[in-house]
Design a protein around this ligand. Structure first.
Ligand code: SF4
Length: 515
């Protein structure tokens, strides 16, 4: 079991820090499609740079560990109780070493367990089989994309697409709608797993199971092969693009599975996974507990360095007509009102993290620091404390901003905050507050946890650590922290524009394709 525990630790670290070859190839293909000099191309460059940094530093690709989910097939006679104990111990070790963010929270009290263990966490599912080796697969799927999963009960009416019936064409419409509704919030470009049939829970289970298929395999069921191909060709015509900035690369992979159902139900379940598609697998010798083979390693190894343009992303934009503006907080209202949607900003100076717990807290408490003119960063970083008690940032990408929609506008006005950084955009209430108060929303590149960690030059303090590491308010000194203005103080929102134009494009797929 000692060896098996080490094997599980290696699997966790590899999954968290290195994308598998098939995913890298899909990202490289997306880069070829995206036009150079656009915001989407800049976002993809940042993603590629981030992947390389995670490789080099053996650090998490994204700060959001997600819900670690193990799928294990074992020969008859293997002790599953001992295997579970070893996996849990490996999870604790990987968390302690900063390879995973403490991500397991008591649903009633909100308390973070601190070691990624908890009721039902990690998810470990066993199945027996007749082979003589153990097959372990692991997926780390973060909250931003998990929250964009969707389930349809056919028949139903879909915006832009009309009636989706209980047939292959209805399924086609559901899948296109699933891509549309995710917009940039699940850190597009993404991958989808689709489950047709089952009940509400087994349908989602089947959809997630599809994410374990290699990106470039071929569906053995002819109708589904055709449907997968159709979706890949057409979903990219919606123009949502990387991070929802608009562009050519929205979907990187589509895998569809089918199971029986009961006559009264017809579910189509879609599991959405971001570009940071962290899933890996190993074959284990049941006698020794050692890894005998790594999975998802077939095919060509893409050298992403060659894919990365050898110019600084923001500098490339500057050559076009995009304005690149340097910001040093505290910011004045006048400065902020000069910013427009589409501008790229480079921030140097202090920023303060704040996500769900901080926003709720600030509604009826004073801020622990003076936030007048300051910038709040929606981020739950991976942090490690050294022996001298100094904190170091291991991963620090943005989290999904829309969760703060009920609070954001009020907090900006109450404390004089001039800008918030996050991902995926915010809603009408925040847009109105930006207009009234003079503020901007800045979209950072989701999942680029290493890239942004590198921009953080020092951790100057922390408040409200009792909320747990991801939820505390970290005081971070940054240099050239790059983000895009996607909502400004003049009532403009790139997110609204892309959503509207992609809905118009979705309507072109209304007519039946599969009879
Ligand atoms: S890349 Fe985005 S959606 Fe994916 S885990 Fe990271 S923050 Fe979440």
């Amino acid at each position: 079991m000692e060896k098996f525990q080490q094997s599980m630790y290696d699997l966790i670290v590899e999954t968290s820090t290195k994308l598998p070859k098939d995913v890298r190839r899909a990202i490289a293909r997306a880069k070829v499609r995206e036009n150079a000099g656009t915001r989407a191309a800049m976002a993809l460059d940042t993603i590629v740079e981030n992947i390389q940094m995670a490789d080099e530093n053996v650090s998490p690709i994204c700060q959001d560990t997600g819900l670690p989910t193990f799928k294990i097939k074992v020969p008859v006679g293997v002790n599953q109780i001992e295997m579970k104990k070893a996996i849990r111990a490996a999870i604790v070790e990987a968390t302690k070493n900063g390879k995973l963010r403490p991500n397991s929270v008591d649903s009633l009290t909100g308390k973070n367990s601190g070691d990624n263990l908890g009721e039902g966490v990690p998810v470990i599912k066993f199945e027996q089989w007749e082979n003589d080796y153990i097959d372990v697969r692991l997926i780390l799927k973060g909250g931003g994309c998990e929250n964009k999963n969707i389930q349809y009960s056919l028949p139903c009416e879909l915006e832009g697409l009309g009636r989706a019936g209980r047939d292959l064409d209805g399924i086609r419409k559901c899948i296109l709608h699933a891509v549309y509704q995710a917009q940039g919030q699940g850190c597009s470009a993404g991958f989808i797993g689709v489950g047709i049939g089952g009940d509400r829970s087994s349908g989602y289970e089947l959809a997630k199971e599809q994410l374990f298929r290699p990106v470039d395999d071929v569906n053995p069921i002819e109708e589904l092969r055709q449907l997968e191909e159709y979706i890949m060709e057409n979903a990219n015509k919606l123009g949502i693009g990387t991070m929802g900035f608009g562009g050519e690369s929205t979907l990187l992979g589509c895998k569809i599975g089918v199971m029986h159902r009961i006559p009264a139900s017809f579910f189509v379940s879609v599991a959405y996974n971001c570009w940071a598609f962290r899933r890996m697998g190993v074959k284990i010798d049941p006698q020794t507990g050692e890894i005998v083979e790594w999975l998802y390693q077939d095919g060509e190894d893409v050298d992403l360095t060659k894919e990365l343009e050898k110019v600084e992303a923001a500098a490339a934009l500057e050559q076009g007509d995009t304005r690149v503006i340097d910001l040093v907080p505290p910011l004045s209202e006048e400065q902020v009102r000069q910013l427009r949607v589409g501008d790229v900003v480079r921030i140097s100076g202090m920023i303060y993290t704040g996500r769900d717990a901080i926003h709720k807290y600030l509604m009826d408490h004073d801020a622990p620091v003076d936030l007048n003119g300051q910038i709040i960063y929606h981020c739950g970083p991976v942090m490690l404390k050294d022996e001298e008690g100094r904190w170091h940032v291991k991963a620090a990408g943005p989290t999904t901003s829309i969760r703060e929609e009920p609070y954001q506008g009020d907090i900006m006005k109450k404390f004089g905050v001039r800008a918030v950084i996050g991902k995926g955009g915010m809603g009408a209430k925040t847009l109105q507050a930006l207009k009234e108060h003079g503020g901007v929303y800045l979209n950072a590149i989701g999942g680029a946890a290493q890239y942004y960690a590198d921009c953080i030059k020092s951790v100057e303090g922390v408040d409200l650590l009792e909320f747990g590491i991801p939820e505390a308010m970290w005081h971070l000194r940054v240099e050239n922290f790059t983000a895009v203005v996607t909502m400004d103080s003049h009532g403009n929102s790139l997110h609204e524009d892309v959503e509207k134009s992609s809905l118009e494009k979705l309507a072109q797929f209304k007519e039946p394709v599969f009879k």
